[in-house]
Design a protein around this ligand. Structure first.
Ligand code: HEM
Length: 417
């Protein structure tokens, strides 16, 4: 072993996992972490991303959970019967650039319904609204379907419930999880979403490819052994995979808009001057910068299915490899003054020629399929929501259990312009 080894107790990792990962970033490109039962590797450098995510993709696979495992190493993902490349190809049919107009339309109409309820000086909790917006927009653009207003409210609560995952899977975390009924709530929320997904299926337009047709029409042909329940669960996973990060990115985008007055003024100028339907370059750059500084997946995890190597380091079978996304996005070799919120760095495309330095949407064969749709959805949301409104935040608090995002208690005040 040539990379440095750091010993960290599961307790410290659980209590301070964000700070720990920030500290690990300074220890080298590759750092071993020993938690007692398990050693995992943290990758802090863009130079290793190609090897990790592309060259070794056969033996370094995506595990079923992205939680940091600190117990004895678990077997590498059991084959769940889904032929990943074929299913991804089926999903991709309905998620490419051709869907951009659909995304803009669904975001704009979801936002119009939201803004219609606003009154000058109104104050409300940020996250539930962002989730409802993300749900309404996603139902139509990704699933070609709709939920009623009452179902959207129920779906929002259920999505919130599934977000209570533990980020560090230690014995103490599991005990705490049981004590706070999190696990039961999590299961209950998932069941709620399965029930709601039946409405999604019933209301769907299945004449064009979407995530819904890929799961219900293409997947049975690709994997006949999967049951209907498996497919329904897959639909819910896909729904959560779209709504969770989208709502989180909506929230960070509004927060940055409210706290970066110069950048916000530039966007307002762009909205005032842009011809209808034209591309909003500054707004898109703003959204990219939000995803760099607030990536929804702070750690992207892989697990070795056999003995292998990474950066010349021997990686034994079952080892987990954690890509420290914050370390990459904060690397001054690739981003000038990386801590500064500077959307203009994206105006001429990527700020760095190294395409592995920015991994907000992953890289390689398991990267995000919804990147174009997500960036379009957030870019369309901003002017639709804020052209005639200002947003202000009081006391800011952040939740770092499960997903790192503005806390549920954070309230926003809206003022007519
Ligand atoms: C700003 C919002 C979003 C962010 C930051 C984001 C980011 C990510 C990341 C980091 C991954 C995992 C990559 C890995 O483990 O290697 C992922 C996977 C995925 N995302 Fe997104 N995503 C977003 C929105 C969406 C949306 C709106 C959709 C659907 C319309 C979507 C569909 C998917 C799918 C299907 C996968 C799974 C790919 C696989 O496992 O093969 N995402 N996303």
């Amino acid at each position: 072993m040539t990379a440095p080894l750091v010993r960290i107790s599961p307790r410290t990792l659980r209590k301070h996992h964000r700070r720990v990962f920030d500290d690990l970033a300074a220890r080298g490109d590759l750092v071993w972490v020993d938690t007692g039962h398990q050693r995992f590797v943290v990758v802090n450098s863009a130079d290793l991303v190609r090897e990790l995510m592309i060259d070794r993709a056969e033996e370094l696979v995506k595990p079923s959970s992205q939680a940091i495992e600190t117990g004895p190493p678990a077997p590498a993902v059991a084959d769940d019967g889904v032929p990943v490349p074929e299913f991804r190809a089926a999903l991709a049919k309905g998620m490419g650039p051709s869907r951009v107009p659909d995304v803009v339309e669904s975001v704009t109409s979801a936002v119009q319904a939201e803004v219609a309820q606003w009154r000058d000086g109104m104050r409300f909790r940020l996250m539930p609204r962002m989730r409802r917006l993300a749900i309404t927009a996603t139902c139509w653009s990704s699933f070609g379907s709709r939920l009623s207003a009452e179902e959207v409210v129920r779906a929002e609560r259920a999505v919130r419930g599934t977000g209570r995952r533990i980020p560090v899977n230690s014995r103490a975390a599991q005990r705490w999880d049981r004590l706070t009924l999190n696990r039961r709530r999590h299961r209950g929320s998932f069941a709620q979403l399965v029930a709601l997904s039946r409405s999604l299926v019933a209301n769907a337009d299945r004449s064009r490819p979407t995530e819904l047709t890929a799961t219900l029409d293409d997947l049975p042909l690709l994997a006949p052994s999967l049951t209907e329940d498996d497919r329904q669960a897959m639909l819910v996973e896909l729904f959560l995979g779209a709504v969770g990060p989208l709502a989180q990115t909506y929230a960070w985008t509004l927060l940055r808009f409210a706290t970066e007055p110069d950048a916000a003024a530039r966007l307002r100028r762009e909205w005032d001057e842009a011809a209808p339907g034209s591309r909003l370059h500054c707004t898109e750059a703003f959204v990219r910068e939000v995803t760099r500084l607030h990536p929804t997946n702070e750690r992207i995890t892989r697990q070795a299915t056999s003995d292998t190597t990474l950066g010349g380091e021997r990686i034994p079978e079952l080892t987990r490899i954690v890509l420290n996304v914050g370390a990459l996005h904060g690397d001054p070799r690739f981003f000038e003054e990386p801590g500064r919120f500077a959307p203009e760095r994206w105006l001429d495309g990527r700020p760095t020629p190294n395409k592995f330095a920015y991994v907000a949407f992953g890289v390689g064969g398991r990267r995000c399929l919804g990147e174009t749709m997500a960036v379009t959805a957030v870019t369309a949301m901003l002017p639709a929501l804020l052209q005639n409104w200002e947003v202000g935040f009081g006391k800011l608090r952040f939740a770092s259990k499960g997903r790192y995002q503005p806390a549920e208690s954070v309230r926003v005040t809206v003022r007519a312009r």
